[in-house]
Write a protein that binds this ligand. Structure first.
Ligand code: HEM
Length: 263
């Protein structure tokens, strides 16, 4: 058998066409001639692409959970955790950039900052961490505000998981501010008797797994930021490391963490 690769694409769809690579690979626009600015741009863009896929999976996982189709949801949530693993590993590339190198082009960023990543906010909103103030930076972009508001109007991934508890007969509120006692009691029961409640137990562990990777992402971010800018203010206007350290306290699924103390 011989290889017979296709060599002519004048009238066929090629790899470049299918993947829209003309758009992707011409979207890097360094504002300076500093060597490391390309790394900074590509690193953010790659992360935004992984976030795009994470949102696709989280949304589908939520729909599956709402219909009690837990197995496909587990598969998708596992994929999301793996995506976050990639986003976590990516920090190793950015860490090769020193403060001396970053300072050479930092001014060119102006006020732009990951703080304005609407996909990051959409992930937070989707899983259940909903702070409307985060719509602020997007006011000048009604299309983005609409996406974020549409998400706020839907039950979050966590609310949807709690809906599963309700359908399984647990006494839990339809909407709650977390941590909530009844939700806590229900998940505790699940963890006390996994054999009886295996699908719910597995669902809870998939959520915890996702949050575990998300926490590592936040930790890697703040550590890299400290390594690169120390305690300077952020380009987005926050205190910088002090703000990011506060964000380490966020609990996406608080009851799932708190119940562990009682087992
Ligand atoms: C040298 C590299 C980096 C530095 C110095 C840095 C710095 C900062 C700082 C100081 C903040 C707080 C907001 C502000 O005042 O600007 C922030 C927020 C943020 N950054 Fe970065 N960052 C870096 C790399 C990245 C990368 C690669 C991503 C990937 C997309 C990213 C995504 C974010 C996100 C999503 C936030 C919002 C976090 C939140 O509100 O909880 N950052 N960054």
């Amino acid at each position: 058998m011989t290889d017979d690769p296709v060599m002519k694409f004048a009238d066929k769809m090629s790899y470049t066409d299918y993947l829209g690579l003309d758009a992707v690979l011409t979207a890097q626009h360094p504002r300076t001639d500093q060597h490391d600015e390309m790394l900074f741009i590509v690193q953010h863009q790659v992360t935004e692409l992984w976030m795009r896929l994470a949102l696709h999976e989280l949304d589908a996982a939520r729909s599956a959970i709402a219909e009690d189709r837990l197995r496909p949801a587990f598969k998708m949530l596992t994929r999301v955790a793996r995506i976050f693993e990639q986003m976590n590993a990516a920090w190793d590339v950015l860490r090769t950039m020193t403060p001396s190198e970053y300072t050479r082009y930092r001014d060119a960023l102006g006020q732009s900052s990951g703080f304005q990543s609407w996909q990051y906010r959409l992930i937070e909103f989707t899983v259940g961490n909903r702070n409307e103030a985060m719509l602020g930076p997007h006011e000048h972009r009604p299309d983005i505000v609409e996406k974020l508001r549409a998400e706020l109007a839907r039950p979050s991934l966590y609310d949807t998981a709690i809906g599963c508890l309700a359908r399984a007969g647990f006494d839990v509120p339809e909407t709650a501010s977390h941590p909530d006692d009844r939700v806590m009691t229900a998940w505790t029961e699940v963890y006390r008797d996994p054999e009886t409640h295996w699908p719910l137990y597995e669902l809870a562990e998939k959520l915890v797994d996702f949050e575990d990777y998300f926490r590592r992402w936040r930790f890697n971010h703040v550590t890299t930021v400290e390594r690169v800018i120390g305690f300077k203010r952020g380009t987005g206007g926050t205190g910088g490391v002090s703000y990011l350290k506060r964000m380490l306290e966020i609990e996406l699924f608080p009851e799932l963490w708190h119940l562990r103390t009682n087992l």
